[in-house]
Write a protein that binds this ligand. Structure first.
Ligand SMILES: *Cc1c(COP(=O)(O)O)cnc(C)c1O
Length: 392
């Protein structure tokens, strides 16, 4: 830890623990302690740690072919794209290496789509307050949180912000230069905020009426996290463009930007590229992840665990006035507390649980979808105990 603090960039405030091994929903540190993982690499390891089928797929691919340029065809990339197309609204996939890159590709495609139609002036994208879209210059400019942008002026022009769940504000913000609306179907980092019942349908309708593209950032909500393969399937609304990343390869770095044919068509040869995007090892891993999640019925199982977890949190809320809200969808769950809850993360760690705190007073729970009822019970018991002590 001391050496890390000397040689690694100071961008992360880390907890004093060195993790060395993981299996299922359990992580182990170098001191031999174990933890139940309700963070999962921030909604990345949806199948848990060291999943045997994924390890097998990666090992087999590592013994065969690691990397060639996108100048050539490789089978794992084609198979993954075909699977994603078959199981989503989209017709084409662009592969990259992270969430921010997937959103960058989405932003570029939205602009290119109108540029191809001789409407270069239409480049403005409406995004949401409290949104999170990434840390590159483009995606931090799209992000609706000042703390992410501080010190990086000039911020990229072309983003307008409206409050999430506010249909009238969205209508009012549309101008002659607007090309798209971009949002997370459920806001993750911004506070685990769900859309009101007809909000996403209204957004779709507004986009259609105004000829705007609808972009869903499903980097956190995708891959079974909210109880369906993609969150938009919960709301009966389809986007034109979607960004994926986090759980797509269960921990190997990958991003993907999916689009309908008519939109994807704006990206011709040379319009966009990346060296590592869709490389064989990562796409072989992702394909196995996809099959295990859907065909292996892990999403279905996760949905049941999510109902159980939510019920336990609602019961916990009844026992503690400090909990002012239980929120989220599927296994993207949060509880809002009426005090600064950051210290609860370390306290839970001391009791053998990893959890996450966002916006200072919201505890976020994003465990692997294979989390067991006993593991949920144990965490809720720990939270119960900690809150009881606090209330004394
Ligand atoms: C994590 C996240 C990103 C950024 O992904 P990176 O891989 O860290 O670049 C963007 N949007 C959402 C909704 C996210 O949760």
């Amino acid at each position: 830890m001391e050496q890390a603090d000397q040689v690694i960039a100071k961008t992360y405030k880390r907890f004093p623990v060195v993790l060395s091994k993981g299996s299922g929903c359990t992580l182990y540190d170098t001191e031999g302690r174990s933890y139940t993982d309700f963070v999962a690499g921030i909604a990345v390891c949806n199948l848990g740690h060291a999943h045997p089928a994924i390890t097998k797929a990666v090992t087999a691919q590592a013994q065969t072919l690691w990397h060639v340029s996108n100048l050539y065809y490789t089978m794992p990339q084609v198979d993954l794209a075909a699977w994603l197309v078959k199981n989503s609204f989209a017709d084409r996939v662009f592969f990259c290496n992270s969430g921010a890159e997937a959103n960058e590709a989405a932003i570029k495609l939205a602009r290119k789509y109108f540029s191809e139609r001789g409407q270069n002036h239409r480049f403005r994208i409406i995004t949401m307050e409290q949104s999170f879209h990434g840390r590159t210059m483009g995606t931090l400019s799209a992000t609706g949180q000042d703390k992410i942008k501080k010190g990086f002026d000039p911020i990229l022009d072309g983003f307008d912000f409206v409050p999430f769940n506010d249909v009238a504000a969205l209508r009012a913000k549309i101008g002659p230069d607007t090309c798209a609306v971009m949002l997370e179907p459920v806001q993750g980092e911004g506070g685990v905020r769900c859309p009101d019942s007809d909000y996403l349908k209204a957004v779709r309708q507004i986009c259609d009426e105004n000829g705007l593209l609808l972009v869903f950032d499903e980097i956190q909500t995708g891959m079974g996290r909210t109880g369906t393969l993609f969150a938009y399937q919960n709301f009966d609304v389809e986007p034109d463009i979607m960004a994926l990343a986090k759980a797509l390869a269960n921990g190997l770095p990958i991003g993907a930007m999916l689009a309908k044919e008519q939109v994807a068509d704006a990206f011709g040869p040379g319009a966009h590229a990346t060296t590592f995007g869709g490389t064989p090892i990562v796409t072989a891993a992702a394909l196995e992840v996809c099959k295990t999640l859907l065909e292996g019925k892990v999403i279905e199982q996760g949905r049941k665990r999510a109902e159980y977890f939510r019920e336990k949190l609602l019961q916990l809320k009844k026992r503690h006035d400090a909990i002012v809200d239980v929120r989220g969808l599927g296994l993207l769950l949060g509880i809002k507390l009426n005090f600064n809850a950051e210290s609860m993360v370390s306290q839970c760690m001391q009791h053998g649980f990893f959890i996450n705190c966002i916006q200072q007073n919201i505890l976020r729970f994003v465990p692997p979808l294979i989390i067991k009822e006993e593991e949920i019970d144990a965490l809720v018991g720990c939270l119960d105990e900690l809150l009881r002590e606090k209330e004394k």
